[in-house]
Design a protein around this ligand. Structure first.
Ligand code: NAG
Length: 215
């Protein structure tokens, strides 16, 4: 009986682990075949015999992003869209540049946990837990500090310094996905009715219309 329980527990744990990120590997690699007409969860593999070293390579993260925009930040993602060989491997990364007082605004990665390290500057970062607590976990990070944003939770990074900041983030999916909260709520196409947004955010419809105009 005890042995059966143990096996059940072990099985439960192993299934949880498999569901926590991209599916496990059954082969060395599965370089994405972007020309495939087969639509699966991810990308079909190209013939492994045709895999090349370039399928596992990307160059360019030494270059600073252009932060001349409303948020004062730029994200250079390196995921399966840039490196076909990342397909099915459950990992990717990004470089984020921040202008002085710039921010990477409130967003979610629906498919990945993120671990960020500060290369330059100081960032105020945070994430908020699920309902009903909605607890904010936040901290000031300096050069060399590392912080984790759990999968699916709303998070942000704000450059508190008068100088530029740079971070590198690793993500537990070949395709982490991004949902920017403000863009999704106020910039959807077609727009969500201002009646719905006014009630959701408990403000006047005119305020909703003004925010929608920004997108
Ligand atoms: C940065 O982006 C701004 C706004 O789009 C643009 O005007 C500017 O030319 C860009 N700068 C560089 C160096 O590409």
């Amino acid at each position: 009986m005890a042995a059966q329980f143990f096996l059940l527990a072990l099985f439960a744990l192993s299934t949880c682990r498999a569901l926590a990120s991209d599916p496990g590997q059954l082969q060395d690699f599965c370089v994405a075949d972007r020309t495939s007409q087969v639509f699966i969860n991810g990308f079909a593999c190209k013939d492994p015999k045709t895999a090349m070293v370039e399928d596992f390579y990307f160059s360019g993260l030494h270059m600073a992003g252009n932060t001349s925009n409303k948020q004062g930040s730029a994200v250079a993602a390196v995921n399966v869209a840039q490196i076909a060989g990342l397909n099915t491997l459950g990992i990717s990364l990004a470089r984020v540049d921040y202008a002085p007082y710039g921010q990477n605004p409130l967003h979610i990665h629906p498919h990945a946990t993120e671990i960020l390290t500060v290369l330059e500057g100081s960032l105020y970062v945070g994430f908020v837990t699920s309902n009903p607590e909605n607890k904010l976990f936040s901290k000031v990070l300096n050069k060399g500090d590392v912080f984790v944003f759990p999968q699916g939770l709303i998070h942000f990074q704000f450059n508190i310094g008068a100088n530029k900041a740079i971070a590198i983030t690793a993500l537990s999916s070949k395709n982490p996905g991004v949902i920017t909260i403000a863009n999704a709520a106020f910039g959807s196409k077609p727009s969500i009715s201002d009646d719905i947004l006014a009630k959701a955010f408990q403000v006047d419809k005119k305020i909703v219309d003004r925010i929608q105009d920004q997108f």
